[in-house]
Design a binder for this molecule. Structure first.
Ligand code: NAD
Length: 501
């Protein structure tokens, strides 16, 4: 039996004033029902929160990094305890299936574990000096308040990728979640405060803060010079606005924007594996992942047989309430449904042959937007195929030569995720090489979605170029200082310059 929204709130011990009496109505995409009324920030309150965040930063940067890691360890502990209700809340507010909601919380736990280890490994280099009696060192210092902007489709994981790293790096955090998913953000902040309580006095007040509102409220934080780094996840349209605004004040950005991800299916692919990878990638989260599979290039030698198998697999997909064990939940809202419909009309006008599509379960959920995932066979990579439609549409095209398929996969403006299914090492190595995929994520024999936290996550071109999560992504949350120390009794100048007074 699925939890009700009230049961979810109770299990999370969420204070009722957080979800009642506010001016922002939050509707669940599952059935359109009102699930909360949340209080929005004003431009003035954002300014106050930034000031408090700056104050918190001044204290937090002095706490030793391994001790900062302890707070993140405790956050991971709290998340383990509340994994189920938080995962259910993600389902209720973002509409993704419970398995994916739980997976998102697991991702939060994983990045906390990663960040705890990192808190003892914020290593800088020691560098050989060209001068006698000198040494050079590189220091990584805390940066300042980090502004996080997140999208509706990963309402909790994106915050944790940023916040777990920023906190161990010695930064304070300000989070403006999507106005479509503010409740999960308030729940995360509430769980964070539980961790702070267990941690004790070293955590300054205002270390983590939530800013609720739409783009106009986000822009106040974006323009604030006291926030040296804005990490923004969302559409390319948003990145085009946010990037230049932050650059104009010489702030730094991490931009994680739209994707238009492709899989190449070689005639030497393991087809069973490929079908599962494609279907999860294309219809998971109802096609609303930045890494969703949107384009498929299938080798002509297997095209007819493979596409027939894919259609059969699509026939097995169950659509329905994501809390009740279906594979595909709803789209987030009516706008999203309209974009789905318009894209399919355009695809048909550009020569596409559509299987699926259309609204589903309309009698059962008149105020929600369930759809039948669509598979569209395209004669070529037309203009609609080159755009990201944030819905479950998979464009299928034929190829005869791998170099040509790679060129087509790269011939879009986005550069997030890509994959090849092939058992031929020459093909897979070509795909991952310098002349292969131009994306930030280049997979072999797995789909385009479902990244692990250990690697750096992000993409090229209009995807924004940012990297978050694992590998050395932490460096973006710190400032680098290069220090040359002279421990000799002479003052030799670099490059052998003579300057005798
Ligand atoms: P969106 O761009 O509409 O909104 C994202 C966030 O940006 C929201 O919090 C919104 O309020 C805020 N925002 C928008 N304009 C702003 C502005 N001018 N100043 C400050 N804040 C602003 O995106 P969405 O519909 O919530 O999410 C879907 C999009 O996000 C898709 O394009 C998807 O590919 C992308 N996405 C990318 C990644 C990634 O890691 N690359 C991850 C998740 C989603």
């Amino acid at each position: 039996m699925a939890l009700t929204i009230q049961e979810i709130y109770q299990q999370l011990r969420l204070p009722s004033e957080l979800v009642e009496g506010g001016d922002l109505d939050v509707h669940s995409p599952i059935n359109g029902a009102l699930m909360a009324k949340v209080a929005c920030d004003t431009k003035e309150s954002v300014g106050d929160k930034v000031a408090q965040s700056e104050e918190a930063f001044r204290a937090w940067r002095q706490v030793p990094a391994p001790r900062r890691g302890e707070l993140v360890r405790l956050l991971g502990e709290v998340l383990r305890e509340y994994k189920h209700p938080l995962g259910a809340l993600v389902s209720a507010e973002a509409g993704k299936i419970l398995e994916e909601g739980l997976g998102e919380v697991q991702e939060m736990i994983d990045i906390c574990d990663f960040a705890v280890g990192l808190s003892r490994q914020l290593y800088g280099l020691t560098i050989a000096s060209e001068r006698p009696g000198h040494h050079m060192r590189e220091y990584w210092h805390p940066l300042g308040p980090v502004g996080i902007i997140s999208a509706f489709n990963f309402p909790v994981a994106v915050w944790s990728w940023n916040s777990a790293l920023a906190l161990v790096c010695g930064d304070s955090i300000l989070w403006k979640p999507s106005e479509k998913t503010p409740v999960t953000a308030l729940a995360c902040q509430h769980l964070f405060m539980m961790a702070v309580e267990r941690f004790g006095d070293d955590a300054p007040e205002g270390l983590s803060q939530i800013i609720i509102g739409a783009k106009d409220i986000g822009e106040v934080m974006v323009d604030d010079e006291r926030v040296p780094l804005i990490s923004a996840t969302g559409s390319t349209r948003m990145g085009r606005e946010v990037g230049p605004r932050v650059a104009s004040r010489f702030g730094k950005t991490i931009l994680e924007l739209g994707g238009n991800n492709a899989i190449i299916i070689s005639d030497k692919a393991d087809q069973d594996m490929a079908i599962t990878g494609i279907v999860f990638g294309a219809v998971g989260t109802c096609g609303q992942r930045c890494t969703s599979t949107r384009r498929l290039f299938v080798h002509e030698a297997i095209y007819d047989e493979f596409v027939a198998r894919l259609k059969a697999a699509y026939g097995k997909i169950t659509i329905g309430n994501p809390l009740e064990g279906h594979l595909v939940g709803p789209l987030i809202d009516a706008d999203s449904f309209n974009n789905f419909e318009k894209a399919l009309q355009k695809a048909a006008a550009e020569g596409g042959v559509i299987t699926g599509g259309g609204r589903a379960l309309v009698d059962q959920y008149p105020d929600a937007f369930y759809v039948n995932p669509a598979l569209v066979e395209m004669p070529e990579q037309t203009s609609i195929v080159q755009n990201e439609t944030f819905a479950p549409i998979l464009y299928v095209m034929k190829y005869s030569n791998l170099e040509d398929a790679i060129a087509k996969q790269n011939a879009v403006k986005q550069g997030l995720s890509s994959a090849i299914f092939s058992t031929d090492v020459r093909e897979t190595e070509l795909f991952t090489s310098a002349v292969g995929s131009d994306c930030g994520i280049v997979n072999v024999n797995i789909g385009t979605s479902g990244a692990e936290i250990g690697g750096a996550f992000g993409g090229e071109k209009e995807t924004g170029g940012g990297r978050e999560s694992g590998s050395d992504a932490w460096k973006a949350y710190m400032r680098r200082a290069t220090s040359t120390v002279n421990y000799s009794r002479e003052l030799p100048l670099a490059q052998g310059i003579k300057f005798d007074l």
